[in-house]
Design a protein. Structure first.
Length: 218
């Protein structure tokens, strides 16, 4: 299954380290980040889960829930969480899915439909495509997809930056330029006519007719 931005995020019911969840119900009116891992006790994922835990307050204040997934059973997650706390300083403080039947990884297009068997028989290299980040809105639509190779740790500060952009542009008729961060100028959305822009923003800088720059809306 191939997913893209704008698709409805596949719903699922899963066992997690914090109990059984139904994904869409669990999201509720919040935003959500689903980020996945090929196997427990892998070095790069250990750093990622620890860092995500340390910056969870930043996600909380944006109204974003965090959900991790690994293709290993929950009992291994508990032991791995202890290692993460010991080596990274912060244990996971968000639910972690045990995707032992690969159903969620398949639904999100990270493993092929033909994958089966005991997850203990599969290596991290076998599951290396289970390295996705999906940002999902309150409407349950996928807003962003990032896929990382197994050798490259994910940049969660960038994911926060993207969420800031997504939340800003969901409420205002603007888009954010390259390397934008909170407080920087933004661009009036191309779908807004000049007449509409005058009503919304008053005036703007216009280095080209298709580039209309305004201050970030509050």
């Amino acid at each position: 299954m191939s997913l893209t931005i704008g698709d409805t995020a596949p719903d699922f019911t899963a066992e997690t380290t914090e109990g059984t969840i139904n994904f869409h119900d669990w999201i509720g009116d919040s935003w959500a980040v689903l980020f996945s891992h090929p196997k427990d006790f892998t070095p790069i994922c250990t750093t990622e889960l620890g860092y995500m835990a340390s910056i969870k307050p930043e996600f909380d204040k944006r109204g974003v829930k965090i959900l991790a997934l690994s293709v290993d059973p929950l009992d291994k997650h508990a032991a791995w969480a202890a290692d993460i706390e010991e080596t990274q300083g912060t244990a996971p403080n968000y639910p972690m899915i045990g995707d032992v039947d690969f159903a969620i990884s398949k639904a999100y297009g990270m493993l092929g439909a033909d994958v089966s068997g005991d997850p203990a028989d599969r290596t991290a290299a076998d599951n290396q495509t289970v390295r996705g980040v999906f940002v999902i809105g309150p409407d349950k639509k996928i807003k962003m997809i990032m896929l990382y190779p197994i050798t490259t740790g994910r940049n969660f500060d960038e994911i926060l930056r993207v969420i800031d952009s997504l939340q800003l542009t969901a409420k205002n008729k603007v888009a954010t330029p390259a390397n934008w961060k909170q407080g920087d100028d933004v661009v009036i959305a191309g779908s807004v006519s000049n007449d509409q822009a005058k009503e919304l923003f008053g005036s703007w800088e216009e280095p080209k007719p298709y580039i209309r720059i305004v201050h970030q809306p509050s």
